[in-house]
Write a protein that binds this ligand. Structure first.
Ligand code: ATP
Ligand code: MG
Length: 568
């Protein structure tokens, strides 16, 4: 294609809200255009990249036996009510009514819709297994849309759903999808890691995320230095920590602690390791139908509350902070909270590490007092769960190796769903014995538009994008130094046509602009290779360069097409 014919509105400056390289370069390079918070148009170059990425995803999924479909973006709310997610999904779910007052949602994910499709068409175990996917728009009214395509409100997702007669077959497909996803991200030239994950609003049990390693990633992942273990911090586990410092052995007693509130203050006042102090975190939990309650989470002073784990321990929709006034209203004293002597009916959750803990110090639920010598005996009805964050330096549960943090961009997420949706939506098939059973399901997502941002986060320099081989809008750019020079122009088009004949996807920068200006655009747009046609055409020589700086050599015109064909 000719640059002069294409709409590539490159910009010198990025908008103020663009802070990440991917956001800056995708806008400056004329790939996308912002239309509102978390909403983007794809311009010709952006659409080309999107199509290439989509194509890699499609090829690999089709190879793995999945079938592409396309479901409605607008979905009836009744399906969401049936699955129990209409309320649970919270404000990210955009709900609206049509002119007849019927309720609808814009699909943020399509479990309900796909189950409904299969329920009406698959009746027998003979039609199983089945893996259906689509590459379509999703809408999530994200609280903080940002970083361009990374966290949009409208975005392109590949979402796939598999249906099986039993758990075992679903696990086989889950493993196949993991391998397929690895192939997709490898082909796209990404450095990624597969990690254990929390299952979030989608539900289900086993789930894995595909994280592109990048400092700008919004997810913290915990990785073992020694073995392959990796997990999102929301799901990470480590070996229980045993404190080597002496415990503060004491008979149970109430102790005056005037104005001593924080774990640090208590730790120096009593001269004990925070491990022996009970930390209390108060939150308000929000549930369906507007229900809410105050919850006290108890953990060791040396640990931090992990909010996603805390949320899961309650099966709530959201956890929000509360202030000391709200605590006072129900007779609680901030800074002196603890598990003993609580007013009636206060919901409590204890971290696993406090089960049967002895010689602890905790707040007395009375201003300026703490208890010492506390031995916790938690009864059966108490919620005891893993609610703490793994820390750097903790030991790996698999090999004892040291764990550390790194940052990742979530580009894919696969779930073992089981019957989480097929049961409430009564999607059943007849098994070999003619017995009705709910489908056992898996679900598999890829953030297709987010991938464009992830690729650039990993592949850019101070001049702009550096697309990977299978994501670039063009294989090569032919740059004519001076388009008015007849000889240069003639050779450039000869090379360009020769490349096209070889099925090489070439762009020719035929604009009547200064060479420096065209080079700047080339570097910003980031096509992996360029052939530069300059003054040396007179001697039969052109220059071949690569955007990453690895290649820069003079080539005889008669060899250039063969050489490019070899490289790309
Ligand atoms: P996140 O934790 O980043 O909000 P999620 O876990 O809610 O994502 P999933 O429900 O697992 O997302 O959706 C599947 C994939 O869709 C994600 O792995 C991600 O790549 C992509 N995705 C999710 N939300 C967005 C968004 N707001 N913008 C772009 N891509 C997104
Ligand atoms: Mg996810």
């Amino acid at each position: 294609m000719k640059f002069s014919n294409l709409l590539i509105p490159t910009l010198k400056e990025a908008p103020n809200d663009a802070t990440l390289p991917s956001h800056i370069y995708l806008i400056r390079g004329g790939f996308i255009q912002g239309v509102g918070s978390g909403l983007y148009n794809f311009l010709p170059l952006g659409k080309m990249v999107l199509d290439r990425v989509k194509n890699v995803v499609k090829e690999e999924l089709d190879n793995a036996g999945a079938q592409e479909v396309s479901l409605g973006f607008v979905t009836p709310a009744s399906l969401w009510v049936e699955s129990g997610r209409f309320e649970k999904y919270g404000k990210e779910l955009l709900r609206f009514k049509d002119r007849k007052e019927n309720d609808f949602v814009l699909g943020p994910t399509h479990e309900e819709m796909m189950v409904n499709l299969v329920k009406q068409t698959v009746k027998s175990y003979k039609q199983l297994p089945l893996n259906l996917y689509q590459i379509n728009l999703k809408f999530r009214d994200e609280i903080r849309p940002r970083f361009g395509l990374m966290r949009g409100r409208e975005f392109l997702m590949k979402d796939g759903y598999s249906f099986h007669a039993n758990e075992e077959d679903m696990k086989r497909e889950f493993a196949l999808m993991e391998e397929t996803y690895k192939r997709i991200f490898t082909r796209l030239g990404l450095d990624f890691r597969v990690v254990e994950a929390d299952s979030g609003a989608i539900g289900g049990t086993g789930s894995k995320e595909f994280m592109v390693l990048a400092d700008s990633g919004e997810d913290t992942i915990v990785v073992c230095k020694n073995c392959k273990y990796g997990a999102n911090i929301e799901a990470a586990k480590s070996m229980p920590y045993v404190c080597k410092d002496e415990p503060p052995v004491a008979a149970f007693a109430k102790f005056s602690t005037p104005n001593i509130k924080t774990i640090d203050e208590l730790s120096s006042f009593f001269k004990v390791n925070p491990y022996y102090i009970i930390k209390t975190v108060a939150k308000k939990a929000l549930y369906d139908e507007g229900k809410e309650e105050i919850v006290l989470f108890f953990l060791r002073g040396s640990d931090e509350l992990q909010e996603t784990k805390a949320l899961n321990s309650l099966n709530a929709n959201d956890l929000i902070d509360i202030n000391s006034d709200e605590l006072e209203q129900i007779g609680l004293e901030a800074g002196f909270l603890g598990p003993l002597n609580l007013p009636n009916n206060i919901k409590t959750v204890f971290d696993n590490s406090l089960n049967s803990a002895t010689n602890m110090i905790c707040g007395a639920n009375e201003k300026d007092y703490h208890y010492v010598g506390v031995d916790l005996k938690l009864d059966k009805d108490t919620i005891i769960d893993d609610i703490i964050s793994v820390k750097e330096g903790d030991k790996c549960i698999h090999c004892g190796g040291s764990l550390y943090y790194t940052k990742g961009i979530e580009v894919g997420h696969i779930f073992q769903l089981g019957t989480r949706y097929s049961e409430p939506l009564r999607a059943e098939f007849l098994d070999e014995n003619g017995k009705s059973k709910p489908f056992v399901m898996g679900t598999y997502g890829i953030g297709v538009s987010r991938l464009l941002a992830a690729i650039i986060e990993q592949h850019h320099d101070e001049k702009g994008c550096i697309w990977t081989k299978e994501s670039s809008p063009f294989d090569i750019c032919v740059i004519v130094s001076n388009i008015k020079d007849e000889k240069q122009s003639e050779i450039a088009f000869k090379i360009y046509n020769g490349l096209k004949e070889k099925n090489i996807n070439a762009l020719i920068d035929d604009r009547n602009e200064r060479f420096g200006f065209k080079m700047k655009d080339y570097e910003l747009i980031g096509i992996p290779y360029a052939v530069i046609i300059g003054k040396k055409v007179e001697e039969g020589i052109v220059e071949l360069i690569s955007r990453d700086g690895q290649v820069a050599r003079e080539v005889n015109i008669s060899n250039i097409i063969e050489m490019v064909a070899d490289i790309v």
